[in-house]
Structure formats: structure tokens, C-alpha cells
Design a binder for this molecule. Sequence first.
Ligand SMILES: *Cc1c(COP(=O)(O)O)cnc(C)c1O
Length: 419
Amino acid sequence: MRYGHNHLYVPGPTNIPHSVLSAMHVPMEDHRASDLHELTKPLFADLNKVFKTTKGQSFIFPATGTAGWEVALSNTLSPGDKVLSSRFGQFSHLWIDMAERLGLDVEFFNVPWGEGAPVSEIKKRLSQDKDHEIKAVMIVHNETATGVTSDIAGVRKAMDAAKHPALLLVDGVSSIASIDFRMDEWEVDMAITGSQKGFMLPAGLAIVCASQKALEARKTAKLPRCFLDLNDHIKTNPQGFFPYTPSLPMLRGLRHALDLLFEEGLENVFARHHRLAEGVRQAVTKGWGLELCARAPKWYSDTVTAIMVPEGFNGADVIDIAYRKYNTALGAGLTEVAGKLFRIGHLGDLNEVSCCAALAAAEMAMLDVGIKIKAGSGVAAAMEYYRKNAPSADKKGTAGQARALKSGIKKPAEGRATA
Ligand SMILES: *Cc1c(COP(=O)(O)O)cnc(C)c1O
């Protein structure tokens, strides 16, 4: 028996605002309609704003983030090409695995899980590569498995210092639209994301942005590609069409999700994610006295926090009790850190109270498995932080009210009881 709603705090799929769900709830449309471009062309332009690029070109595939990895690799590289990466969590591991399976020669730094891309080692390795055998550097911006954010600006600086012409391919699946990402400024050549994290949509879209340099590399890249070939999109997207049937409800949802992001303002979205994350970190370290998987503040992720469970306990038990007893979904530890941690995803459509609820569920579940924390200590630490730092809505009302008004839900008349 389940009562109330399920509280979703996995780092993707994330919570979908009601107005986004409503925007997707439309009868099927003709994907070759002569006015389809009115919906699709602005999507490409607005995605560029999210990637912070004026020079790049955005693409939308009916797929997931994993396909975005393959778009980036197969459209820019040839069999046997050497690429440089770093492995520091399940997602960086899987992307490396894909590159190997596609026939690339992957050299990678094995970094302890809890740290991010080793900028100075990358710089050293690229400096040694005088013949420029390394064709691309692959980095996961936000390692969702460990709650670690890497310094992409630093990686760009390292590449420039080594005067290395390799392409910079960045997985931003759990960062883009939640954490600041600067395609042009960091000279990222392929930026990859998906619909079910910061974009607050179901899984189903791989969203990729390519730089002019990447589009140029495509002309000589020989890895086999068909469904994921950018060329077919380059031919059809300018007219507002796709080489195959797009998922129009997803595109309608994306339209509304982008409107919400711009209405809040991207910089405010980033600030909110930072604030929510900081409250969760205060709960973990100051309230519970537990450790984060991220080993130093410079690695702290503003979209997901991975919490180490004390020796002798299994993180999977905490997650299981949270789910079965408290109807709350927390993120699991994956492969190398399975059982050693649990994760709270705090990205997408969330606010301070949502995070307090996540912390309360985690506290109850931890107490139930016997972890020695003080009941209420994490929630109290987060509350203190949020009370000091949350901005109050202006007189026009809260974002939630504005959203309800926009989606046609009437605001109760002034002064009337609304029980
Ligand atoms: C979720 C995620 C992916 C995988 O995306 P799918 O949509 O599940 O294919 C890749 N990289 C990172 C960092 C992620 O968080």
C-alpha cells in the first residue's frame, strides 16, 4: 500500500513540473507539417543559450545521454584514433568502455572515485604528445555516481598551455541546465546532455551541441555511423525537420521546460542548485557527522551528493528502507562504490523544502538500519542554512503561483478561504 506521492530524489530522472507534463499531453501531430518549424527552430536557438554558445550548433536525437556519447565520438573520430580520458566513477567508466568498443585507442587516468579530472596530469600528458597523436580529450563534467564536478575551464587551460589541438568532448548530462556550463568560453567541441536531468523531462532526448571545429572534424571522421550521423540533421534541421520521426510530445515538453528555465533565469537556476546542494552538504557533514564521497570542496557537485555510510553498514539497506517504508527514492551506489554510499539527487524542479524532505527520509532510514546519527540533526543543519540563504519571493507571488497562473490554473480570489 502506497499513500501520498513517491518522493523522487534520484539524480535523474528528476521531478517533472506539472506544467511540463501538461505541455506534453497533446494529440499527435504531423511531423512534416508546414508550420512545424515554428516549434522546432526556436528550440535549437534556445538550446544554444543553455549551452552558452553563439558559434555552436545544437542537435536533438530521440535517444538518451548514452547516445549523445556516441554522437560525439562517432562524428569526430576514426577507428584506432587515440583519445585521452579519466575514469573516476561509473559514468566516466561507461563512456571509456564505449570508446573502446567503438574501436578507439583509449588512454585514461585511473583517478580515485571521489576526485575529478586531474588537470595537471592531463597538461603533462598533452605536452609530451608532440606529434599530436591524441585526437580528443573526453571528460565527464559532473560524475553523477560520486557527486564530483570537474574543472572544465581548467582542462581547457591545460590543453591551451600544451598547445594541443585535440578536440574537447564533455559529458554534461547531469550538469547542463543545472550547473554553469560555458561551451564557447571553454571551447568545448562536443557537449552532451539528456532530457531527464536538468531539463526536467522524461528520458528520451539526447541533446548535443557541436562546435565549428567538431563539425569540421566530422568531414574526415571515419567511425561508422548512421542513426546518429549529424550530417542527416544538418540537412534537415535548418528547415525545422528531422531525418526521422521526432518525439513531438517531448519537443513540446522541452519548449515549456526551456521557458521555465529562462523565466527563472539561468543564473538563478545555478544559484538555486548551489544553495540546495550546500544545505544538503551541511546536513551530511555538520548534522550527521558523515562524509561525502567527494574528497574536497573543489569537487563538490551542486546536482548530486553522494554520502558515505559508516563502516559495517550497507547503503543499499538505507535506500531499500527509504523506498519501501517512506516512499522515497534515493540514489544507489554503483559498481565500485555499491553499498558504500547512497546519493541524494538535488537537481531539476526542487526547492528548499523538497531537500528537507529528502534529508528527513534519509535520516529515518539510516536510524532504522542502526546508523548512529541524531534524529533531526541533518534536517536542522539544512534548515538553518536555508533560512539564512533562501531568497523570499517578491510581492508578485512565488514561482509556483506564477507557474500555476501560466498553465491556466486560477489563483484563488483575494481574501476567500480556499480549503
Ligand atoms: C545519466 C547520465 C548519463 C547517461 O544517460 P542516459 O540518459 O541514462 O543514457 C551519462 N552521463 C552522466 C554524467 C549521467 O549522469
